[in-house]
Design a protein around this ligand. Structure first.
Ligand code: ADP
Ligand code: MG
Length: 681
């Protein structure tokens, strides 16, 4: 193999191409591992090839011609055993045609098919060969590449990197003995340059011990970087807010219900965090309807009873308003008021709220992202709660963090109803402490889920009518149209019109994202008050909306929604004591994924089980995509198959951080280079 004897100069074309793959140093290429391998160590006689199989053959060119209709290039070749094959190119460069002179010997690599011209290879890889030329001794690695950067060039650069980078083990050898895994150098060489006797199948499926070794190190590095980021943030100062129980106890006295055991546990964990002089960074996870808002309010009151400010930020205006109303009602008996800050509020009201926050007269605020925009001035901010945190980007979270009073960082409580499966939480949220609300308030009746083909739309409408005339309330969720907001709006209006025409006896309202804030608020209020039977809605109601009397939900084109979204939507009903139903209307044909999603939502009601399914269907990259946090996603380890190593990785990470900080530095440098800075956020 031809080793490049230099590293591309900074600013060169090749350096630019490498940067596209995030490869900036020879070290980066060491851990840029093959996607797969090609076996060029053997030649297969043409007569022995099987259709569908990938093979390498060596043959002499008989003839070459271009053929219509689609200007194809056809080359006929014969091997030494007399077998014949046709190589076919649909697109080709003149240089290829020039190479193809009769009598010349070639090696062809590709998938064998039985085609119109007999045995053929379409777009094989082809290179001239001399008779008796030795075969490569190792499987040929195929690397993740980018247009303009050939495999040959990448292989050369990897060779350069392998020759010029120390491959010493940064982990205690004893550890890998214990895990029965090879050392770093051995694993890396095995993966980049597998020896001829390597178990090709184990390399392909990434179950080979060399792969396990690298995956473990990757998981470990992820743990290390997340824990370091956590520790770094933890080292900052925050306002200590010991539980004084003046306001929190008063709240509990006035509530019409007791906290659930899970809520009590969560409140206690958070209370202890808030008392510390370092910023809390906690994720509160709880299924839809588990009562996260109340836990947040207890935390906010703990700040207030110490004389400090707390804010609750929600992703939509509807949700912010709903939180505001709930908090205002809960806090009125305590003589506490809450400022409500959102972009859609009247200027005068907003200004008044801002002034009370600025003066420190008001300690509690609820709002949308308007809360983090200027000129919101929170001189005594000590706690920020972010509801439905996956709806916010890192930037917004950081802005809120920097609003902390007098140089201290605010305590942060993130809330999410998208439960994160354990392996994922451990690998991607290891920079947060996690509290789980694993219990719903009593008295909920499970939601019955029905899957109904859209051809039965009229039947559904008729049932809806009966139910509503019988005193129930319903949501009718319009199809999601991801490609076009305008189209989504149009569909919502049409659905509303059609339903009104079909069900003149019912009072039907409409809510969607394009309505003015007051209009949205009015529609929600009318529905909450029971003045509307049906609320036709887009996904604006997906998060958090809480109208306990609504007991029926119809979702059109359910097959277009994601699993988490369906779970969220369904969670809007089943909040009161009435028996609730969720009708998922779908349109045929169903894709494989849509079928899997509908099956999962039909069979499961537990958010964690659904999240596990979702993770399985979508994979971790997309699952946590909304976090956009610059966190290193795993390149090699797969949580489905390598999840068994995460516990071990976490334990080893703790140990290394405590006992071998230099080894940690080196590991992070090897795997992340300069990118670790991103994690300090
Ligand atoms: P989520 O966790 O989805 O944000 P909410 O905080 O909106 O859930 O709570 C759902 C509903 O349950 C609300 O109407 C809330 O007032 C009610 N709730 C919260 N805690 C309790 C409790 N301990 N007992 C009874 N109802 C409760
Ligand atoms: Mg909520």
């Amino acid at each position: 193999m031809s080793a490049a004897n230099r590293w591309p100069a900074e600013g060169s074309r090749q350096a630019g191409l490498l940067a596209r793959l995030d490869l900036r140093r020879p070290e980066d290429l060491i851990v840029h591992l093959p996607l797969r391998y090609e076996d060029e160590t053997r030649l297969t006689p043409i007569a022995q090839t099987q259709p569908g199989e990938t093979a390498q053959i060596e043959a002499v060119l008989l003839s070459c011609e271009t053929a219509r209709p689609r200007q194809q290039l056809l080359a006929r070749l014969r091997d030494d055993a007399g077998g014949e094959i046709v190589a076919r190119w649909i697109n080709f460069y003149p240089s290829l045609q020039k190479q193809l002179t009769p009598g010349r010997r070639f090696r062809l690599f590709g998938e064998v098919r039985s085609g119109f011209f007999g045995i053929e290879m379409v777009h094989p890889r082809l290179r001239p060969a001399t008779e008796g030329e030795p075969l490569p001794q190792a499987l040929t690695p195929v690397y993740p590449a980018t247009a303009g950067l050939s495999q040959t060039a990448l292989r050369g650069l990897v060779d350069f990197a392998l020759q010029n980078t120390p491959l010493d083990d940064l982990l205690p050898a004893e550890l890998f003995h214990r895990l029965d895994l090879p050392g770093f150098a051995e694993a890396i060489l095995n993966l980049h340059r597998p020896p001829p006797e390597a178990d090709a199948r184990a390399l392909e499926t990434r179950t080979h011990p060399a792969w396990r070794r690298i995956k473990f190190e990757e998981l470990l590095v992820q743990q290390l970087s997340l824990r370091r980021a956590y520790n770094a943030r933890r080292a900052h100062e925050a306002i200590s807010l010991p539980p004084r129980r003046t306001l929190t106890a008063a709240l509990c006295e006035h509530l019409p219900f007791p906290l659930t055991a899970a809520q009590c546990r969560a409140v206690a964990e958070i209370a202890a965090d808030l008392a510390s002089p370092h910023p809390m960074q906690r994720l509160l996870q709880g299924d839809v309807g588990s009562g996260k808002t109340l836990v947040a309010v207890c935390a906010m009151l703990q700040a207030a009873e110490n004389g400090w400010q707390a804010v609750l930020m929600a992703p939509t205006e509807i949700l912010a308003e709903q939180h505001y109303r709930k908090l205002a009602a809960w806090l009125a008996p305590l003589g506490r008021d809450v400022a409500w800050i959102s972009g859609g509020r009247k200027k005068r009201e907003r200004e008044a709220g801002l002034a009370r926050l600025r003066s420190g007269e008001c300690l509690l605020a609820v709002g949308t992202h308007a809360l983090i925009e200027n000129p919101v001035d929170l001189p005594r901010l000590a706690l920020a709660v972010i509801d439905e945190q996956h709806r916010f980007g890192v930037r917004q979270r950081l802005t809120l963090r920097d609003k902390g009073a007098s140089g201290a960082r605010p305590h942060m409580l993130m809330m999410s109803a998208t439960p994160i499966p354990r392996t994922l939480a451990m690998t991607h949220y290891a920079d947060l402490d996690v509290t789980v609300l694993d219990e719903l308030p009593p008295g909920r009746t499970p939601v019955a889920t029905r899957l109904v083909c859209a051809t039965r739309r009229e039947e559904i409408a008729a049932r809806l009518k009966t139910a509503c005339l019988d005193g129930q309330q319903a949501y009718w969720v319009c199809p999601l149209i991801e490609e076009s907001e305008a189209l989504q709006l149009k569909t919502a209006l049409e659905t509303w019109e059609t339903l009104k025409a079909a069900l003149p006896e019912l009072r039907i309202g409409l809510i969607h994202g394009r309505l003015k804030s007051e209009e949205k608020a009015a529609a929600m209020a009318a529905f909450s008050a029971g003045d509307l039977h049906v609320l036709v809605a887009t996904t604006v109601i997906e998060v958090g909306v809480d109208v306990p009397r609504a007991s029926l939900m119809v979702i059109e084109h359910a097959e277009r929604f994601g699993l988490a979204q369906l779970h969220q939507l369904r969670g809007r009903v089943g909040r009161g004591s009435a028996r609730s139903t969720c009708v998922l209307m779908y349109e045929r044909p169903l894709s494989e994924t849509a079928r899997a999603r509908l099956k999962a939502i039909y069979e499961q009601s537990d958010g964690f089980a659904i999240a596990r399914e979702d993770l399985r269907i979508r994979g971790p990259g997309e699952f946590i995509g909304a976090r956009q946090s610059g966190l290193p996603l795993l390149r090699y380890a797969d949580l489905e198959t390598d999840g068994d190593m995460t516990d071990m990785a976490r334990d080893v990470a703790e140990e290394l951080l405590a006992t071998a900080p230099e080894a940690v530095d080196k590991l992070l440098a090897r795997w992340l280079g300069g990118r670790e800075a991103l994690l300090r956020a």
